[in-house]
Design a binder for this molecule. Structure first.
Ligand code: F6R
Length: 635
């Protein structure tokens, strides 16, 4: 047994990307279906919903279409369903399965089983028992596909679910309701109950494949795979199964000991980055500045190997301290005629053409407002590209205020209401009759988009950027009118490549939100990466001189040991950034699809920037009021 094995109690396959992992899963499923149908046997599949299996189902649909994979012999049993919920509701798992898989393959609808959100409460125990019996009667699940919640739930078996649990009605944990809230108009609309198959039902499956993508799953994957078997982390109970495999991407693998602390799992290549990570983590854990770490600290914290390799704590401390010190600069575009440390931007050319990609109309100011202002104030040619309209995050009350203004303005100007523009007439009529519909009309969506566009423009003007440098890309993948977006498409890439070719930037900033596998930020990032790759391979020479810096979106910050460029801010700059964020009035106080964090955007930004500054100070560097952080992307 290798050291890695001794930490990991469930076998894992780790893939570079979600696509690769999903292809692997699809192949496994296809193989199972084919081998069973070749023998004329039925294949009982246990299926999951959520964001994780979408790419997998898309691949199965592709295999059905292009490779003739048939689902004729498949009987599907889904894990769970919200309760109560109408089968046809936008958020029901019944609709999800039809939309993503069942309606697109040749499965017999009679073979598609999902716990029913419309079951009557007084019969529900009987209905759940019948679901369980049907699985058994048909010979049990041959292959169970699972996702995992950030709290470790499998199906909707929340922490504390018994090992012996069967199909039943369960309350949803608040954290699950919050995680799933983006699919609903507001958190209040997320059902409090669900029907789920039990842990024992899952463990009876002959084979289990659990998938997890993205950094938000890294911690629970580590706990499930390396931690103790406990009902508090339901996925850890899979350690008991003798044919279970976790299929994850490299982001979901980041907290595994072999990646997080590779020096504990055997031989470790002490690259400067690994050394920085190990020493920074130890210093923060011990609450000591880097330069105060001693030989015994290294020995007591599993870093004796580093000590052996480098000789002495003093030497290592200095090297790590310099790495941290050299990531700090007040010159994000490089200091003209100044020698910058190699980690940070080149002094030449000066001024630089900088292009900030902002997925939504306020990410630029929220996540890198201080850097944005510095780049402009230091004389660089700063362009901003707003990638999506962000229209979904404007409330109906807010848009009504603008429509009322437009109607009142026309009255003031003496415009006869019968001659109002079509957009205004239709928007007024729509708002008057609006019921609790899930989707806005095209007119309302465009007005919502316009509101956000005006706010973004006002922010650019506040920073000092002129209209010719403000670009609204309105990428088509975003324009679905619902929270669910289309995948990256050819038009998205072409629009982005056109802008890049026009500006030929020396520096690009984008939201590096790798933790958000299906969200808007990740798709926006993929579009920039794809565009840059294509431009590079098509021989656009400027691409070789263009550095790409990644900032994190509103939700998190880079790990302190990963930061390659840290831009400090003074208290005045912090305030100036706050006022820039305030300009986005449609996003103040409360926005639809806010997610788990109830703080306003300016508060999140300030807390996060102050926190980074504090961490630098704790490690023994100068104490700044705030710091914005970036990591370079190499392509
Ligand atoms: C869904 C289900 C849940 C999800 C889990 C992860 O059928 O059973 O356990 O797999 O909540 O959801 P995503 O994939 O959205 O992160």
């Amino acid at each position: 047994m290798s050291t890695v094995d001794s930490f990991e109690k469930i076998p894992l396959r780790i893939f570079e990307t979600i696509d690769e992992g999903s292809k692997f899963l699809a192949m496994e499923i296809a193989e199972m279906i084919r081998s069973k149908s070749a023998k004329g046997e039925r294949c009982n599949l246990g299926l999951a919903t959520g964001s994780s299996p979408k790419t997998l189902y898309a691949e199965l649909v592709r295999m059905h279409r292009d490779e003739g994979l048939s689902f004729k012999y498949v009987v599907a049993f889904n894990l769970d369903e919200y309760y109560p919920i109408d089968n046809g509701a936008l958020q029901s798992y019944d609709r999800f399965m039809k939309y993503h898989l069942f309606d697109k393959v040749d499965i017999d609808p009679k073979n598609c089983h999902i716990p029913n959100g419309e079951w009557k409460k007084d019969h529900i125990k009987r209905d759940c028992a019948a679901y369980e019996e049907l699985i058994e009667k048909l010979g049990g699940i041959d292959l169970q596909i699972l996702g995992i919640g950030t709290n470790g739930h499998i199906g909707f078996n929340e922490p504390g679910s018994s090992l012996y649990s069967k199909t039943r009605l369960v309350p949803l944990e608040n954290s699950t309701r919050i995680n799933n809230a983006p699919d609903f108009p507001s958190i209040a609309d997320v059902p409090r109950l669900a029907i789920t198959v039990g842990i024992s039902t899952i463990l009876k499956a002959k084979r289990i494949l659990l998938m997890a993508w993205g950094q938000s799953k890294a911690s629970v994957i580590q706990k499930s795979v390396e931690g103790n078997l406990t009902e508090q982390i339901p996925a850890s109970l899979l350690q008991q199964h003798n044919d279970c495999l976790f299929v994850i991407d490299k982001l979901a693998a980041t907290d595994l000991t072999r990646f997080k602390s590779p020096w504990l799992t055997g031989d470790c290549e002490w690259s400067p980055l690994i050394m920085k990570k190990a020493v920074v983590n130890m210093a923060l854990k011990l609450g000591k500045p880097i330069l105060s770490l001693t030989n015994s600290d290294y020995n007591d914290n599993g870093l004796s190997d580093l000590l052996v390799e480098k000789g002495d704590a003093y030497e290592i401390n200095l090297q790590v301290f310099y790495l941290l010190r050299d990531s700090i600069t007040g010159w994000p575009g490089g200091k003209p005629s100044g020698a910058n440390p190699s980690l940070i931007e080149r002094p030449e050319p000066f001024p630089k053409r900088c292009l900030i990609f902002s997925p939504h109309p306020d990410d630029d100011i929220i996540s890198m407002g201080g850097t944005f202002m510095r780049l402009h104030d230091q004389g660089h040619n700063v362009h901003v590209a707003y990638q999506t309209s962000g229209n979904i995050a404007v409330t109906d009350e807010f848009v009504t205020r603008f429509v009322d203004f437009a109607v009142g303005f026309e009255e003031l100007s003496g415009i006869d209401s019968t001659k109002s523009s079509r957009v205004l007439t239709e928007a007024t009529a729509y708002l008057k009759n609006k019921r609790n519909s899930n989707m806005d009309s095209a007119e309302i969506r465009s007005i919502k988009g316009l509101i956000r566009r005006c706010e973004a423009k006002a922010t650019c003007h506040y920073v000092g950027i002129g209209d010719s440098k403000i670009h609204f890309l309105n990428l088509p993948f975003y324009e679905t009118g619902t929270i669910e977006k289309k995948p990256m498409g050819e038009r998205d890439v072409i629009i982005t490549m056109d802008l890049l070719k026009k500006i030929k930037p020396h520096q690009i900033y984008c939201a590096g939100d790798l933790a958000d596998p299906h969200g808007t930020h990740k798709i926006c990032l993929d579009i920039v990466f794809e565009s840059m790759r294509r431009l590079k391979s098509s021989g656009e020479n400027w691409v070789n001189d263009c550095w790409v810096w990644l900032y994190k979106g509103a939700w998190q910050e880079w790990d302190i040991s990963e930061i390659e460029m840290a831009i400090p801010m003074s208290p005045d700059q912090v305030l100036k950034k706050r006022y820039g964020i305030f300009i986005h009035q449609s996003q103040k106080d409360m926005v639809p699809f806010q997610g788990t964090d109830s703080r306003e955007f300016w508060q999140r930004a300030e807390d996060r920037n102050a926190n980074t500054a504090n961490l630098y100070a704790q490690l023994g560097l100068t104490k700044y009021a705030a710091i914005e952080a970036f990591v370079r992307w190499h392509y």
